[in-house]
Design a protein around this ligand. Sequence first.
Ligand SMILES: Nc1ncnc2c1ncn2[C@@H]1O[C@H](COP(=O)(O)OS(=O)(=O)O)[C@@H](OP(=O)(O)O)[C@H]1O
Ligand SMILES: Nc1ncnc2c1ncn2[C@@H]1O[C@H](COP(=O)(O)OP(=O)(O)O)[C@@H](O)[C@H]1O
Length: 207
Amino acid sequence: MSSLGKATNIFWQECSVGKLDRQKLLNQKGCVVWITGLSGSGKSTLACTLGRDLHGRGKLSYILDGDNLRHGLNKDLGFKAEDRAENIRRVGEVAKLFADSGLICIASLISPYRRDRDSCRALLPESSFIEVFMNIPLEICEARDPKGLYKLAREGKIKGFTGIDDPYETPLNCEIEIKPQDGVCPPPADMSSQVVTFLEERGFLHA
Ligand SMILES: Nc1ncnc2c1ncn2[C@@H]1O[C@H](COP(=O)(O)OS(=O)(=O)O)[C@@H](OP(=O)(O)O)[C@H]1O
Ligand SMILES: Nc1ncnc2c1ncn2[C@@H]1O[C@H](COP(=O)(O)OP(=O)(O)O)[C@@H](O)[C@H]1O
């Protein structure tokens, strides 16, 4: 299998230990839980809670957090649409490798463009890309504003801030939606258990 970019004369190297062997070792199935939503919607909170809950069940996961990756792998990227697209493309490729290693990869990024998220989905085997939409209204995210970024965006001190003067395209085909009930957001433990239940029902928590 290969997908050629700029390089020519490159070949795919097969090895004798494969994904199924690794999954058997870990007693789980590799997949990507892709958490998308506005800044302040609770993506990192869900990612960390889910990571801890999976760890408690003896399941190996790894978190790819947009904010964190922008300190290293993606430090050369800003927030214009093409930079966000490259950000998501890189993280999608890394997530694909983690899933192939047998891990439950938890990616938490705003990932505001549908096309970019769908490209990541297309990298993964059927049904192993699980899109989680943090459907939390802007007013709630803005009221939380833990980093003070919405305030700066409203004051015009940050340009192109998602939800203020930059777009967020809501998912059309997500597997899981997290949203307030009667105006109240589910607590982190409930958000996480919604995802754990999905993973369990779809057989990801066993080889
Ligand atoms: N202009 C603008 N728009 C949105 N977010 C901004 C911006 N500038 C800085 N930040 C901070 O960057 C974090 C989002 O990074 P991501 O890599 O997840 O963004 S994206 O997926 O490429 O859109 C985001 O983190 P979260 O609040 O955790 O979402 C912000 O802390
Ligand atoms: N389910 C929740 N209920 C109440 N507050 C939450 C919930 N999830 C996250 N928060 C709070 O909202 C803020 C933003 O959460 P965070 O996980 O950093 O969002 P994001 O990663 O999407 O920017 C934090 O202060 C966090 O403690």
